[in-house]
Design a protein around this ligand. Structure first.
Ligand code: PLP
Length: 382
């Protein structure tokens, strides 16, 4: 049986040129980038070339890029690093209710440290209203952290507007751009962000490499302690194969416009399946992300049914799959627990085709019909 991948928000396959680069690094560029001899300097060249390339992806200078082990660490560094750089006694942070756990759990750690955190709510649009952020600003606010694009419903946030509000009040602004970088154009200068997190494995690079853009002059306390790597902002011998692979992924990237495939799928499902909704359909969204809810069908059995037919999709976010809780994002946009549990996420990527989408639509229609046939609840409501 052939298998088709529709879960690109969970992760993407490594692109061919990225794999070639990583193999070369693993086989030949094994020096420590801090060593002054030939081997170390070859590694250093790879490191700095990757820094230029990742910087260029974000419209940033190379000096502003700090490599990390991924998006989670970049978010931790941005949030904990900003607040811990402050010596004030009372400290306050604003974030949103639909952030990734990498942000929410960094904020939870700050709360345990005595920092006050406010979570901006979003309505059914899945988009943060800048006025709601404005209402929450306080004299002791150290940081505003709002994601660029949501991993579950794909909504794109008005980052430049929110950053402007934060800056008017002299507050640092962080943006989790893990789902946006490589999907939509990103320019940190135009967005006017101070900190911006990215992760290589979301744009055809390897797992275990990420970066934080740090605007020059932004106060940031290191969160990993050791040597003087990354200009004292992130200690640890650099993972050259992964970082250099990330650099190649950043250059190799062609922003694949998946919106045609997404629209094709959504139109077909809306026409053919009664009792379903496309979440946040009217909001600005990533071109590759579709979140669908089906009455009387649980997301997990639907994901399994589709997997058995050769289609990989996810229910809620991959990072929280296995957890029994309904998705906090779907709850935050106003879905009941039941509706949140009856949702799946389809995220398209460069290799998907119209034929694959047509086949996926048929598989969804059949699987939903089958699951409803065996659902006692659906019979009660029939
Ligand atoms: N932020 C967002 C919005 C994400 O979607 C993810 C991963 O799914 C992360 C952060 C964490 O990135 P990583 O998997 O590189 O740790």
């Amino acid at each position: 049986m052939q298998h088709f991948y529709f879960d690109h928000n969970a992760t993407t396959p490594v692109a061919g040129p990225v794999l070639d680069e990583m193999k070369t690094c693993l086989a030949e560029v094994y020096g420590n980038a801090s060593s002054i001899h030939h081997f170390g300097q070859s590694a250093k060249e790879k490191l700095e070339s990757a820094r230029r390339r990742v910087g260029a992806l974000l419209g940033a200078g190379e000096k502003d890029i700090v490599f990390t082990s991924g998006g989670t660490e970049a978010d931790n560094l941005a949030i904990l690093g900003t607040v811990r750089a402050s010596t004030r006694v009372y400290r306050h942070v604003i974030t949103s209710a639909i952030e990734h756990p990498a942000v929410l759990n960094s904020c939870a750690q700050l709360e345990r440290d005595g920092v006050r955190v406010d979570y901006v709510r979003v309505g059914s649009s899945g988009v943060v209203d800048p006025d709601d952020v404005k209402q929450l600003l306080r004299p002791d606010t150290e940081l505003v952290s709002i994601m660029h694009a949501n991993n579950e419903v794909g909504t794109i946030q008005p980052i430049a507007e929110i950053a402007a509000l934060a800056h008017e009040a002299g507050i640092v602004f962080h943006c989790d751009g893990v789902q946006a970088a490589g999907r939509i154009p990103v320019n940190v200068a135009e967005l006017d962000v101070d900190l911006y997190s990215v992760s290589a494995h979301k744009f055809y690079g390897p797992k275990g490499a990420g970066a934080l853009y740090v605007r020059k002059g932004t106060p940031l306390a290191a969160q990993v302690f050791g040597g003087h790597h990354e200009r004292d902002r992130r200690a640890g011998t650099e993972n050259i194969p992964a970082i250099s692979g990330m650099g190649v992924a950043a250059v190799d990237l062609k922003l694949a416009d998946c919106s045609l495939l997404r629209d094709l799928l959504e139109r077909a499902i809306v026409q053919r399946v009664p009792g379903m909704r496309v979440n946040c359909a009217d909001s600005p969204r990533l071109p590759n992300t579709s979140s669908l809810s089906f009455d009387f069908v649980s997301g997990e059995p639907l994901v399994i049914a589709l997997d058995l037919r050769g289609f990989a999709v996810s229910s809620g976010s991959a990072c929280s799959s296995g957890a029994v809780e309904p998705s906090h994002v779907l709850r935050a946009i106003g879905l009941s627990d039941k509706d949140a549990r009856s949702s799946i996420r389809i995220s398209f990527g460069a290799s998907n085709t119209v034929e694959q989408v047509d086949a996926l639509v048929d598989a969804i229609c059949d699987s939903v019909a089958h699951l409803r046939r065996i659902s006692p609840e659906a019979h009660v409501h029939a």
